[in-house]
Design a protein around this ligand. Structure first.
Ligand SMILES: C[S@@+](CC[C@H](N)C(=O)[O-])C[C@H]1O[C@@H](n2cnc3c(N)ncnc32)[C@H](O)[C@@H]1O
Ligand SMILES: [Zn+2]
Length: 283
């Protein structure tokens, strides 16, 4: 039986354009999306649209990382980060707006914004199939689409009121193209103090490049002007299982196995969460 069109995808269908020929107006057709020229893309049984066909993306979280992220986020340890993202988004737009979350992961942050904007619709992009499965269920107004942030987005020009990027890769030119001139880009990223206690203990954990902020401003500068930046920093107390998930959901998971971690003995039960959130307007 063909998959029916998920309601959240239907809500966002007019934002999409065909990734192959760039024609707008993808329409549902027997469990797939079809462009006027005839290019066809599957709608996965799990509720996301598979627009990413052909060559596989070179990055994206694997199922174990996504499961760890899902469990960790459900502890509420990052709720203040979600709140700052939602607050910035709500301050930037009207209720009837369109929010695009790039590298949306499980859809946790997108759902946080949509909860605060009852008339808004959301669209999450990610390469990870397992993340998209969660993102497609994260909120009844959040659609999920398989896409690689480093390729031209399958979105029409100027359709987004907010582009959200939380701990995810960025494509400044595409962010600029899909945003309305009055829209805002919100970028949340870790500071050098983020999870410092854990990084001190685990040499395998990916370090935060001190030049990261400078590189961010250089990359966004030609397209965006920063409007406001907020720092969110607080300690969280974690169980040992939470700590294992916190490590397992980061790229460090590729360098250290859960079994290795279990053998580690002492792991901190209190870590610092430290992020910067900036709202930018398009130039
Ligand atoms: C650190 S996670 C952040 C996820 C989510 N924003 C959050 O904070 O919970 C980075 C996300 O970017 C996705 N990602 C990595 N490379 C990508 C790419 N080239 N295009 C789209 N998404 C990508 C990963 O699959 C993952 O879900
Ligand atoms: Zn097409």
């Amino acid at each position: 039986m063909p998959v029916s069109l998920p309601p959240a995808l239907e809500l966002s269908l007019d934002l999409l354009c065909c990734p192959t020929c760039r024609t707008r107006h993808l329409h549902p057709d027997r469990g797939a999306l079809r462009c006027p020229v005839g290019h066809t893309f599957d709608i996965a049984r799990h509720g996301y649209a598979s627009l990413l066909t052909g060559t596989r993306a070179t990055s994206g979280d694997d199922p174990a990382m996504v499961q760890a992220r899902d469990r960790f986020l459900s502890t509420g340890a990052y709720a203040p980060v979600r709140e700052v993202g939602a607050r910035m988004a709500v301050g930037a737009v009207s209720e009837q707006s369109t929010v695009v979350d790039v590298g949306c992961g499980t859809g946790y942050y997108l759902a946080g914004v949509l909860d605060q904007l009852p008339g808004a619709r959301g669209l999450g992009l990610d390469t990870s199939v397992r993340a998209l499965r969660s993102a497609a269920r994260a909120h009844d107004r959040a659609a999920a689409v398989a896409w690689d942030v480093f390729r031209p987005f399958p979105l029409a020009d100027g359709v987004a009121d907010v582009v959200l990027d939380v701990f995810a890769p960025r494509n400044p030119a595409e962010f600029h193209r899909v945003l309305r001139p009055t829209g805002q880009l919100i970028v949340v990223r870790p500071t050098g103090r983020h999870l410092a206690e854990l990084r001190d203990r685990l040499p395998e954990m990916v370090t935060i490049d001190p030049a990261k902020e400078q590189r961010l401003h250089q990359a966004l500068g030609p397209f965006f002007e920063a409007v406001v930046t907020e720092r969110v920093e607080y300690p969280v107390t974690l169980s040992r299982l939470d700590v294992l998930d916190l490590v397992a959901m980061t790229p460090s998971a590729r360098h250290v196995s859960r079994a290795d971690l279990n053998d580690y003995g002492f792991l901190p039960d209190r870590v610092t969460v430290s992020v910067l959130a900036t709202a930018y307007r398009p130039r």
